[in-house]
Every structure is written in C-alpha cells, then in structure tokens.
Design a protein around this ligand. Structure first.
Ligand SMILES: [Zn+2]
Ligand SMILES: [Zn+2]
Length: 735
C-alpha cells in the first residue's frame, strides 16, 4: 500500500502555520522547491517545506498542489533547517522568513533564470564593423572594440565594470543590429588572475598563527573571534583562509555590515580571489541581486560577499563563514524579520559543520562573553601589520576652554602641527546637519517635529528643517513662528557647521566631509575616499561613517569633537557603542614611520568609561563593562525580548501591552521577568505613540519556551484599533 503523503507548504505573509496539500500531479519533488498552490479563491507561490504522513484534518478535503515551479529545490536541507530555526527563534512567520531569503522575482510564479551568465556578443553584422566606423559615438565605439576582442561574448556585468554606464550605448547598438544577448557558461566569465593570490604580502607570526588555526578547523564547526586591532591585517587572514577553501572546491561566505562603505574590501576580494565574486546587498537593482543570488546558490561563485541578508543565501559547498566588524549593530535587522546575521552565521556554521570567523577590533560584549565561557576560540592580532605603531590617546578637558568651531585651543594647535608635518587630520562629530536646534531668542520657541517627540535638525545647505526620526522636511522659517520675532538662533553643531567653521579657521586647507548627506549621490563616497587617499584632502570630517572599515593611512591626528552626549545616553549599550567608536576612529590614525595621536574632547574627563579605555584600552574597558552588566543583570548575562506597540493614541498602545502582559503572567516561569509596559524612550514617532514591554530571563531556553507560548497568544489578542506591534528577540536598540 502506498502511503498518501501530505505536502506541507509555507506561504508568504503573516501566516504562522504551514498549509497542507496533496502532492497531486507534481509527484514528490524535494523540500525547498517552489510550488504553485490554490489558496482561497486565488493561487499563490509557496515553498514546499516537508512531507507528512497525515494531516490534522480529513485528507479528502485537501486540494492538490497545482505544480512545482522549479526543476530543483532552491533551498538545500541545511538551508531550510537554518531558516526554520531562525523563524522559530525570532518568532517570525516561516513563509515570510523563507521569502525574505529569495530574490524578489522568485516570489512570483516565473521560472528560474536560464543557466549561465547574461552576456552580450556581436552579431554577424557587428563582427564586420571596425571601431573607426563608430568614431562619432565614442561609447559605442569602446563597446564594439571590447566585443571584437571576445567573439564568444562578454558577461554583461564585466562590461559594466570595465566600461561603466553602457546602457544607452548598448541600446543603440542593439537597435542597429550590431549586438545581441547570449549566455556564457560560467567558467568563461573573467575573474581574478590566480597569480594574484600568490602575490600576497607576507604574514606576521600572529597572522600566520590565526590562519593556521582556521585552516586546521576546516571541515568541522568551530567559532573564532579574530580580535585584531585596526590595521593588524585581519582581511589578509580572511583572504588566505578563503583562498584555501576555494582551492579545495568549497565556497566562502563573507558578511560585512554595509557594503557601500567598504569599496576597498570589495576590490581586494575581487583582485585577490579566483572566480566570480557574488556581491549581495540591498542597494543592488533587483536583476543584479538575482544574478548574484544565482551565482551563489548554483555554486558558480566560490566567494560571496554580502550584507546581513546574505546569511540566508543557499551555498551548496559552504566551507567557511566570515563576519567582519562583528560588533556592528547593523548586522541586526531592525524591522520585519528581526534577526542577528552574526548569531545566525554561527548557527549556520554549526549546521553545516564549518568554521566561522568573527572579526573586529572592538568585539561585542556578547562575543567576548562567549570567549570567556569557552564557546568561541579567540585569535589575537595585537600588532599592526607592517610594524606601524598604535596611536596615543589623550583626553582633553574642554570645560572653560574658549572653543572656536567646537575646537579647543589645544586641538587647533595639534591640528596645525599635524598639517604642517604633512599629515592628514580626521575629525569625528557624530551628528549630521548644521545645527540640532533652531530656537527663538525672544520667546524660547524651539523647532520640534510635529509628528515626533524630537527636535528638527537644521540643514543649512538645503535650507530646510529635517526630522532625523521620521524624515519630515519643513522650510526654515524667516521669523519666529510663535512670536514673529526675527531673532532665531542655531544651537549646537553638526558636521555641516563644523565644516563651515573649519573653512574659516584653516583657510586654504582642503576639507572633505563624509556623512549621509554628503554621500547621498551614487559614487560620491568612493570619489571622496579616493581624494583622501591621493592626499588631495587635508582635513577629513564626518560622522561614524568614518569609523566603518576604511583605512586612512595618511591620518596622523584624529579628534573626537563631542563625546559627552553619548556617555550619558539612556540605552545600556551606549557606553559599549561609544568605546567601539572611539577605538575604531583611533585605529585610523598613525602609520608605519610615525605613531598617530587621538584627542578626545570631553567635559567629563573623570568618566569611568573614558578612564578605563585610556588606561587599559578596549580590553580593559570591556572587562569593566561586562562586570557592570553582570551586576545589573543585563545581556549577555540575561536574555531579552522587547514587545513594541505603537498607535495613534498612547492609551491604545499601552492597553495592548497591558493585555499582552496579562496573557504573559500565567505563562511565566520564575526566571522570566516582565518589565513594563512603559512609553518608549522616543515616545512618539511619525505621529504614532510608542510603548514597550520588556521580557528578561536568565536562561535562553526558558525565554524561548515562554515566547513559544506567548506569541500565539499575542496573535490571538483582540485587535485594538490602530495598534501595530512587533516582537524583537535579542534587541539591539532599546528605543
Ligand atoms: Zn519667538
Ligand atoms: Zn519626525
């Protein structure tokens, strides 16, 4: 007797359960395949997750699957296991989690891309042309010349990279019947010269030891913390380990917090590693993203470089995972499916049975705690590669100091000295715009966002007031909107104002500002960074973007303009983030022949965080901070889940959370503690009131057990009009 197997299918959307179907004509394709199923009166694309011997209902009432959409499963069993685990851990609907992991187009019933790589080649007519015949259209001429060199065709992305901006030239040539589309076998796509791998710099003993430890662990699960100061050559260790994996036929996954900020890293990967490099991040056009996804999931690309969502990309021969800048909070998704890509990378490595390397100069306290507990193995790179000396850090007490453009006399003097000696100066001010406050001197009016519990920032260049929380934009009033008085004043300082002040204080000195405003245009960041590297910029100022992975070897002095607001922020992670920022910025200063200098301006030089950083460096700070966390019973010594609710009225948000709490109380084991509901620190955003209920628990399994029972109750709660809620497991931001 043949057993009737039930196909269990996940559908996108907020549906927590799997749906049962009869396999029907599709037979029994492997789990991980997309299927088209009837749903209500419509049809939907779902993902076959598993087969079951029986269902909870009468099988005769089940409908059959219409058809399977793919000739092979899109997710291998290990991929499915990872995503199912993540959906359960972060309490997110499985269908939604699975579809998050797919390129957008595959959420529709269309077929997979044809195999091979999209390419362009000359038609017979095109091959008969000479470049001279297109002299009046230089871009078309360049394209023709390139294609004449490769009669078999050139991958479209290679053309884009080599020539740039070819869309209209291609269109013109296509219209003339000169070129046509084709597909290239993946082996034919240009990639890095394998000789480049051997042209690598020599490793110092610590790098060699770290590499040896990782290569020895290949083939089995082992988590490493690669704890290396900035400039110690972590990337070189990654590249060597990856090269080894690729040479043995494996694939490596490298995750970074933000790819747009690390063009240098991408370039090193491209030139040093063989095979096409699949790059995956959210700023890609849908087609590019899908192409990279195929290169990764077909195994054609041996190396995948991506942001957090890359953690889910199917990789049939995955043999090594690297998470660079593992401390960076942007590795945690802050909306929708709120997963930590770092933590999932470790879980994935465990499922696949491969090493995972978490690299950083400033390890997250959670990661250090895992090292202490013996779960992660620490590899240290305490020296800068090439023998450069680490910078000295000085605290500068600016109480009662006459500041000009926010700079104390001592900092200004150091800047002059550094510039005179031919060095570059880096200034960090973690606040963009011109001034954070616009106020009326006569009546005290302050420009606040009508939709948020926040002030609007003045952006003078664009002549507007801008709310950094909801994005609301207003024009700058001429006179006071409240009393009509003319005396409006700007208080505080953002990067825009700092730049203006520097222009006055350092006439003739070339200055570049790097923040989200100055780099909004595509390619602008790369252009600014290149100018800094060529030495065309002498003073570089900006927000924390400066501390994210760029190397500035010419910088000999780094200044942090204003630390103080970060020292006293309400989030318990603020000291950790501040210490990381300082150390990351400090890491940009100094070079081989001369140690750099870091100056921190503060009105609280006695602050214990600054003192421990100064005396004992990041390691000492981290020990002190971990002791504080343990005493206060905060993560990583406890585990948190944050239930957030927002509504047009504060009462509605609080009422929802009160009901949620009432449902939680009978489910709580003694270890589970409920805190709240309370209004959120930013209690109103974009016109909606926000409140939260915190769940704290000493043990992760007990918290998970509680959440497994609580989440269905939350979904079943009587709906309160206008209330939206979300659950954040292991939250990184408490606002
Ligand atoms: Zn006024
Ligand atoms: Zn706002």
């Amino acid at each position: 007797m043949t057993e009737t197997r039930i196909a269990r299918v996940a559908l996108p959307g907020p549906l927590d359960e799997l749906f049962d179907y009869l396999p029907g004509v599709m037979g029994h394709p492997e789990p991980g395949t997309r299927v088209l199923v009837p749903f209500g009166r419509s049809r939907r694309v779902g993902i076959l997750v598993e087969y079951a011997a029986e269902c909870g209902c009468d099988p005769s009432r089940l409908k059959p699957v219409e058809r399977a959409l793919d000739p092979r499963p899109l997710f291998a069993p290990a991929d499915l296991t990872l995503i199912r685990w993540a959906a359960r851990y972060y309490r997110h609907p499985l269908g939604d989690a699975l579809f998050t992991a797919l390129p957008a187009r595959l959420r529709e019933p269309g077929p997979l891309l044809a195999s091979g790589v999209a390419a362009i080649r000359l038609t017979a007519a095109g091959a008969a042309l000479t470049p001279a015949e297109l002299a009046r259209a230089p871009r078309q001429q360049a394209l023709l010349a390139r294609l004449l060199d490769s009669p078999e065709g050139v991958a479209q992305h290679n053309l884009d990279e080599e020539l740039g901006g070819i869309t209209s030239a291609l269109r013109a040539l296509r219209a003339k019947g000169v070129v046509e589309s084709c597909r290239l076998a993946s082996g034919a796509v240009a990639s890095a010269d394998s000789s480049a791998v051997s042209a690598a710099p020599e490793l110092n003993p610590e790098q060699a030891a770290a590499l040896a430890a990782v290569s020895e662990a290949l083939g089995g699960f082992r988590p490493f913390l690669l704890d290396g100061i900035t400039g110690s050559g972590k990337t070189e260790v990654y590249i060597r380990a990856i090269a080894e994996v690729v040479a043995a036929g494996g694939q490596a996954l490298v995750m970074v917090p933000e790819i747009g900020l690390t063009p240098q890293l991408r370039e090193r990967f491209r030139t040093r590693l063989p095979g096409p490099l699949a790059v995956l991040h959210s700023a890609l056009a849908a087609g590019e993203r899908e192409r990279a996804w195929h290169q990764a999931s077909s195994g054609e690309a041996p190396v995948v470089l991506g942001t957090r969502s890359a953690v889910f990309v199917p990789l049939p021969r995955l043999a090594l995972i690297v998470v660079d800048e593992e401390h960076d909070p942007s590795l945690k998704q802050q909306e929708g499916f709120r997963y930590s890509a770092r933590d999932l990378a470790v879980r994935r490595a465990q499922l696949v049975g491969c090493p995972v390397v978490l690299g950083t100069a400033t390890p997250a306290l959670e990661t250090l705690h895992n090292v202490t507990a013996g779960r992660y193995h620490r590899l240290s790179l305490p020296r800068r590669a090439g023998g450069a000396r680490p910078p000295t850090i000085n605290l500068l007490d600016i109480r009662n100091q006459p500041l000009r453009a926010g700079l104390s006399p001592v900092l200004r003097e150091r800047m002059h000295a550094a510039l005179a000696a031919g060095g570059q100066v880096l200034l960090l001010l973690n606040r963009r715009g011109y001034a954070p406050v616009l106020t009326c001197h006569s009546c005290g009016w302050v420009g606040v966002c009508p939709d948020c519990d926040a002030r609007m920032t003045l952006h003078l260049g664009e002549r507007r007031l801008w709310c950094h929380h909801c994005g609301r934009i207003e024009s700058v009033p001429h006179d006071c909107p409240q009393c009509g008085g003319p005396d409006l004043r700007m208080l505080g300082r953002g990067t825009e104002r700092l730049e203006e002040g520097l222009t006055e204080l350092f006439p003739g000195v070339r200055i570049a500002r790097i923040d989200r405003d100055s780099t909004r245009r595509k390619g602008e960041l790369t252009r600014l960074l290149a100018a800094v590297h060529r030495g065309e910029v002498q003073i570089l100022l900006g927000t924390q973007m400066l501390a994210k992975g760029h190397d500035f070897p010419g910088v000999t002095l780094a200044g942090v303009i204003d630390l103080d607001h970060a020292l006293y922020a309400s989030d318990f992670r603020a000291p950790e983030r501040t210490a990381q920022l300082i150390v990351q910025v400090a890491g940009r200063a100094g070079r081989a022949e001369r140690a750099g200098e870091v100056v921190l301006q503060t009105r609280h030089p006695e602050h214990p965080l600054l003192q421990s950083l100064l005396r004992e460096g990041y390691g000492g700070f981290a020990r002190a901070a971990l002791a504080e966390r343990e005493a206060a019973q905060l993560p990583p010594f406890t585990y948190l889940a944050l239930l957030r609710a927002e509504a047009p009225e504060q009462e509605a948000a609080l009422a929802f959370l009160a009901a949620a709490r009432a449902h939680a109380e009978p489910l709580c084991s003694p270890e589970v503690e409920l805190l709240g509901p309370v209004p959120a620190p930013l209690s109103r955003r974009a016109g909606r009131h926000r409140a939260q209920l915190l769940v704290q628990c000493a043990q992760r399994p007990a918290l998970q057990h509680f959440l497994a029972h609580w989440t269905p109750a939350l979904r079943a709660l009587r709906r309160i009009k206008g209330v939206r809620w979300s659950l954040d497991v292991d939250p990184q931001e408490m606002v």
